[in-house]
Design a protein around this ligand. Structure first.
Ligand code: SF4
Ligand code: SF4
Length: 140
């Protein structure tokens, strides 16, 4: 193999490796350890944090209004009220959490939580690109 072709081969292998090994990040969830202090709620750039028992909406704190097509392909009214995820402690609406990607270097809820109960949600693995797309979807 000529040197030029060999170098091209190595570069293409490196690109394939990087594509396969994109950093996987996760949405954040709040555990039952939450003491309901409310410190995290105003820190969220996506208004993804709600008090226990409160309904959540795509339109809260975002640019979304009227009929929208979600990233899952669902057509809904942005003001549609969704059932609370937790009745007793603060919770995060996963569909609105970007792990602060696009706004901050680290999850702001986890940074301010006094009892460290904002943790990675193992059921919601998302790539950084997916989280950025979510952010762009919510903030025009
Ligand atoms: Fe909001 Fe960021 Fe916490 Fe997600 S990680 S709930 S976007 S503050
Ligand atoms: Fe709960 Fe932590 Fe948020 Fe306080 S900062 S409401 S303890 S999740």
């Amino acid at each position: 193999m000529k040197l030029k072709n060999f170098v091209s081969f190595l570069i293409s292998k490196r690109i394939l490796y990087l594509q396969k090994n994109k950093r996987l990040v996760m949405a954040i969830m709040i555990t039952d350890e939450c003491i309901n202090c409310g410190a995290c709620e105003p820190e969220c750039p996506n208004n993804a944090i709600y008090e226990g028992g409160a309904e959540w909406r795509y339109s809260d704190g975002t640019s979304l209004k009227g009929m929208i097509t979600t990233l899952n392909g669902d057509e809904i009214d942005a003001q549609n009220a969704f059932e609370p995820v937790d009745m007793d402690v603060y919770y995060i609406a996963t569909d609105k959490c970007t792990e602060c990607v696009g706004f901050h270097d680290e999850p702001q809820c986890a940074a301010v939580c006094p009892v460290d109960c904002c943790v990675d949600d193992p059921n919601h693995n998302e790539s950084e690109d997916e989280l950025l797309a979510k952010k762009d979807f919510m903030h025009l």
